[in-house]
Design a protein around this ligand. Structure first.
Ligand code: NI
Length: 138
């Protein structure tokens, strides 16, 4: 019988502040490119995080991955790092990396990937607003 692979999802959220700024650019260029997200004194977003794991259904458990285990991995490796933090000032990950939704999704992927079995595929979807969201890998 062909292996039955399917996707399971865990949806969670965190609140964080950030500022998008490229120190190599002038104030004018930063303001033009990043708009409100360039605000000098930072601003917050309510990030919605959807973690998608694809794998085969284990015939013994009926699970792809125990969602309680997945939730704990997200909590320990992502939420405890970023929730209620200023991403630019409080986190090593964004000390020198612009905390755009794109970069946050890539960082979250890289934090979780080593914690998951290699036979599971991982995809991160991150909503910065209800209408603006990114997915990594594409
Ligand atoms: Ni912003």
């Amino acid at each position: 019988m062909e292996q039955q692979r399917l996707a399971v999802f865990r949806k969670t959220h965190f609140n964080a502040a950030h500022r998008l700024n490229n120190p190599a650019w002038s104030d004018e260029q930063n303001a033009r490119v990043f708009g409100k997200c360039n605000n000098t004194n930072y601003h917050g977003h309510n990030y919605e995080l959807v973690v998608r794991v694809v794998g085969a259904v284990d015939p013994e458990t009926g699970y792809v991955i125990d969602l309680g285990v997945l939730n704990n991995l997200i909590d320990v490796n992502v939420l405890q790092k970023f929730d209620h933090k200023n991403l630019n000032l409080d986190t090593a990950e964004f000390a020198n990396l612009n905390p755009s939704a794109e970069n946050i999704a890539i960082v979250i992927y890289n934090l979780l990937r080593p914690k998951l079995n290699t036979n599971l595929d991982l995809k991160i979807r991150l909503y910065e607003t209800e209408r603006n969201f990114v997915e990594y890998p594409a």
